[in-house]
Design a protein around this ligand. Structure first.
Ligand code: PLP
Length: 493
């Protein structure tokens, strides 16, 4: 009986091939699906049996249910017409690398529990540091190094914990935090910073949201002022998060000025480059990380724009000892000879979870498949497409651009009130033809158009703009405001 419950090798072989075919077909056809799932809350669950099957279901029947019950509720993040949020793009080599990771089923908490899992990760993150021209302190042959985490939120949390311990001489871990520690980010920093500050026990009231300039970048003179005020009141400034590419508008905080301030006051500087960090693959975009040499920690998500499927946050520290000292707890059952020698990395000490997947494989597959040059071509292509889109918006007097509109994100809005733009967004997304998302900038409801899907081409951006123009014209007509654009999309350069 026991032998019969497993899939046989042959069944696995056949089913596996069938599923690779399924995915290959999916990628070929993905733009035929409505990008945003067109289901109502509860619809997917209602289609599934209330109770689990008592005996095993044939594999073909499982695939059939995948097609009929699950796929209708999938939003197609890999569609070339997906322009919402920040992307979570992927690629075939990444999927295949991840498949091997799943198949090997390695749990790489310690170097000793699978040396290749640790060493490939260190190696690939060193490659990446060189590919992005990160400061030498982040390389593993210095005092620092990189680790793969599940998300930028987790990476920032680890940065905050290490900063807290450094600021309190590692006493917070022992006795709880006695000092009133204060952290700083701009008003435009990602919400994960606020969440991390809550989780780390710093208290939300001790996170200062520093004001920004007209391009939504942190104003360093306001940061300095806030730090001075806190110091005078006896509080301890311990952590600054600067963002390279804010979520709402892809604004870049001025790292050199912020870095000087952090250095002067001995404050931990964390740099969050969640999506935009990938742009540094191309030398012409590396200006975004000027000043990164001041940073104590840095993270970007290869799972956003670098063709590597979720999850794959690359987190670097300049001083790994502070991080591991902050997070390490060693019970008897994890002791082993290799760790005792001190010459190996045990990545369990570099983040919150103990267990870890072999995530470096997918990154290794991606880097090898595309090569640095291939990745650069793709990134440049996305930037070029987004900038083309920006040009079309600029030429059309029904719309305005808000924010910097740099690299691959363009924030724009139809001239008029928030309700008009909200309705425009609703109609566009309900059409299934494209998916865009929104934010508020200067208290105005604003649409975000981000180009970063692995297979997005000019024709997808052109038809997105055509759909936006057509819906806008309809809406303006309905509201009695007419609909004459400066220019039609066709033939436009
Ligand atoms: N930081 C920034 C600037 C982001 O835009 C995001 C998500 O979009 C995050 C952090 C959080 O990313 P993650 O989902 O990896 O936690």
């Amino acid at each position: 009986m026991k032998d019969n419950v497993h899939m046989t090798s042959n069944e696995f072989r056949e089913s596996g091939k069938q599923l690779i075919d399924w995915l290959a077909d999916y990628y070929q056809r993905v733009e035929e699906f409505p990008v945003l799932a067109q289901v109502k809350p509860g619809e997917i669950r209602a289609s599934l049996p209330t109770d689990p099957p008592q005996s095993g279901v044939a594999f073909d029947a499982i695939v059939e249910q995948l097609n009929s019950k699950i796929m209708p509720g999938v939003t197609h993040w890999q569609s070339p017409n997906f322009f919402a949020y920040f992307p979570a793009n992927t690629s075939e080599p990444s999927v295949l690398g991840d498949l091997i990771s799943s198949g090997l089923g390695v749990q790489g908490m310690l170097w000793a529990t699978s040396p290749a899992c640790t060493e490939l990760e260190t190696h690939v993150l060193d490659w990446l540091a060189k590919m992005l021209a990160l400061p030498a302190e982040f390389l593993s042959n210095s005092a620092g190094g990189g680790v793969i985490q599940d998300s930028a939120s987790s990476a920032s949390l680890c940065a905050i914990l290490a900063a807290r311990e450094r600021a309190t001489n590692f006493k917070s871990n022992e006795n709880g935090c006695r000092e009133e520690l204060v952290a700083y980010s701009s008003t435009q920093a990602h919400s994960s910073i606020e969440k991390d500050i809550k989780v780390a026990g710093i208290g939300r009231a001790n996170l200062r949201l520093v004001g920004v300039d007209e391009q939504f970048a942190m104003r360093p003179e306001l940061l300095e002022l806030a730090i001075e005020e806190d110091k005078q009141a006896g509080r301890v400034p311990f952590f600054v998060c600067a963002t390279i590419g804010t979520t709402s508008s892809l604004a870049f905080d001025p790292l050199p000025a912020i870095g000087e301030i952090c250095k002067k006051h001995g404050i931990w500087l964390h740099v969050d480059a969640a999506m935009a960090g990938t742009a540094a693959l191309c030398p012409e975009f590396r200006y975004i990380q000027n000043g990164l040499e001041f940073a104590d920690s840095y993270c970007f998500d290869a799972h956003k724009w670098m063709f590597t499927n979720f999850d794959c946050t690359c987190f670097y520290v300049a001083d790994r000892e502070t991080l591991t000292h902050s997070l390490s707890v060693t019970p008897e059952y994890l002791r082993n000879q290799a760790s005792e020698t001190g010459v190996v990395f045990d990545y369990r000490d570099w983040h919150v979870p103990l267990g870890r997947r072999f995530r470096a494989l997918k990154l290794w597959f991606v880097i090898q498949h595309y090569g640095v040059a291939g990745l650069q071509v793709l990134v440049r292509h996305h930037v070029e497409l987004a900038q083309k889109f920006r040009g079309w918006v600029l030429e059309d007097n029904r719309f305005e651009i808000i924010g910097p509109a740099q690299l691959n994100l363009v924030c724009f809005r139809l001239l008029g009130d928030g309700a008009l733009n909200e309705e425009l967004l609703r109609r566009l997304n309900a059409s299934g033809g494209l998916y865009i998302s929104h934010t508020k900038l200067n208290a105005k409801y604003t649409l975000r158009f981000c180009v970063a899907q692995s297979r997005t081409e000019l024709r997808h951006v052109e038809s997105a703009w055509a759909a936006i123009c057509a819906e806008a014209a309809k809406l303006l007509r309905e509201s009695g405001r007419g609909s004459h654009s400066n220019q039609a999309v066709s033939g436009r350069e």
